[in-house]
Design a protein around this ligand. Structure first.
Ligand code: FAD
Length: 400
């Protein structure tokens, strides 16, 4: 029987869950990962992986594998509505890598990152991954959690662990069952995601840059994934209702937006509207990220709007730090309290910056004119300077 004090159970084999599993395994824990999907879930599309997230990837020893399956764009070009040339370019590439201690700003498909983590996790004899888990029945005792995992066939798998960590995403059952019962709220924004061929987009935009289009009630981000011969397109729009049903989701069509008036974007998107998948955006804020021997990481604790491209990054930072704290502190109450104290103020600030970006990106005239005037006159590194507090962050705080 494995020592339960050296066993940690993780609900969810997404980006945060697998990052945590690898980090804990490196500290010698036995990790039991329980995932609802039958295999590593490759849903989603592109992800921007900023230098703060890359710091965690590199600390796991995955720098080379991730570099081979991602791309570092040279810049982010900003195009306001009806502009056919960028008003400013945020310098990335070597410039950003130097600025952030050698950690680069990259883009990848979510599956690129997930598979990189999965390949690494599979190499650890002390990580047990269970896919197709339909039920995680957990009961807390004073210093452990007794868990019964059940798969689709009802086969039970018992685990006694020091802690259960919910990395089960925005709709986290761990949060609902063990922390505060809270369900996520619709944010009022909908994302559509599609992949286009790189040859198609190359006719209109430089495919070594990320392109960001701002418009009234919408914005669009395009970035190249040359290792996949594709370009990730994420289109975001403001939705006028406070709630959203599945039928409404399916009726929504990005074609109806004022993007039609945008002479740079329209020819890129015109042939692609049928490819777009709607993705209503939900968020959650929790005052408390842990209770007893159960804690939350990633979207389960703090799903945020993706307008600062930091959701996965925050989940990876959470995971890296929580592993260090659990290894250093045998008392869960102390480790979790320190985890929340170190993480929550930063995550709250990123969450609110993401919401603020939504308002700025979707401005209408005359506010949009003032925004464009200011951004057009900024030096190329002004945007990075403004975001240094996000990108230069070391979640390990010198603990490694
Ligand atoms: C349009 C869009 C663009 C984005 N762009 C970026 C970006 O550029 N950069 C960035 O950093 N972030 C971005 N994000 C955010 C990012 O995708 C999420 O923050 C990140 O994927 C969250 O990771 P997670 O591991 O916490 O949750 P998830 O990725 O949701 O993983 C949760 C896992 O738990 C599993 N699960 C769920 N319920 C259960 C259960 N009951 N039992 C067991 N397993 C369960 C799921 O199947 C899944 O595998 C974007 C999000 C969206 C919607």
């Amino acid at each position: 029987m494995a020592n339960s004090q050296k066993t940690i159970a993780v609900a969810g084999a997404g980006i945060a869950g697998l990052t945590l599993a690898i980090a804990l395994a490196k500290f010698g824990f036995r990790v039991v990962v329980a995932e609802k999907q039958a295999s590593p879930s490759e849903f989603g599309a592109g992800l921007q992986i900023s230098p703060n997230a890359r710091r965690v990837i590199n600390a796991l020893g995955l720098d080379e594998d991730f570099a081979a399956n991602s791309f570092a764009p040279e810049a982010i070009d900003i195009y306001p509505h009806k502009f056919d040339a960028p008003i400013n370019s945020v310098q990335l590439g070597e410039f950003a890598t130097k600025r952030y201690d050698g950690f680069s700003y990259a883009v990848a498909h979510r599956a690129d990152l997930l598979n990189c983590l999965y390949r690494a996790a599979k190499k650890f004899a002390n990580i047990d991954m269970h896919f197709g888990i339909e039920d995680i029945d957990a009961t807390q005792t004073a210093d452990s959690v007794s868990i019964l995992l059940k798969d689709q066939r009802g086969t039970p798998f018992p685990v006694t662990a020091r802690a259960l960590i919910g990395a089960d995403g925005v709709r986290s059952q761990t949060r609902i069952d063990h922390i505060n019962g809270k369900k996520p709220k619709f944010t009022g924004y909908v994302a559509w995601r599609a992949l286009a061929s790189i040859d198609h987009v190359a006719k209109f935009l430089p495919t070594n840059h990320t392109s960001l289009f701002w418009g009234p009630d919408y914005h669009v981000v395009l970035y190249p994934l040359p290792h996949q011969q594709s370009v990730n397109i994420a289109l975001f729009s403001t939705h006028k209702h406070k709630s959203i049903t599945h039928e409404e989701e399916l009726k929504l069509n990005p074609n109806k937006l004022s993007i039609k008036e945008n002479s740079t974007l329209s020819p890129i998107l015109d042939s692609l509207y049928d490819e777009f998948t709607p993705w209503p955006l939900f968020g959650i804020t929790c005052d408390q990220w842990y209770k007893g021997n159960v804690a939350l990481i990633g979207d389960a604790a703090h799903a945020m709007l993706p307008f600062q491209a930091q959701g996965a990054a925050m989940g990876m930072e959470d995971a890296g730090l929580l592993a260090v704290l659990l290894a250093a502190e045998p008392d869960n109450a102390k480790a979790f309290a320190q985890y929340q104290q170190l993480r929550k103020p930063r995550v709250d600030k990123v969450q609110s910056q993401s919401a603020k970006n939504g308002k700025i990106f979707h401005m209408r005239p005359p506010q949009a004119w003032a925004r464009n005037f200011v951004v057009a006159r900024q030096s190329p590194d002004a945007q990075l300077k403004r975001l240094d507090w996000i990108y230069s962050h070391d979640p390990f705080e010198g603990m490694l």
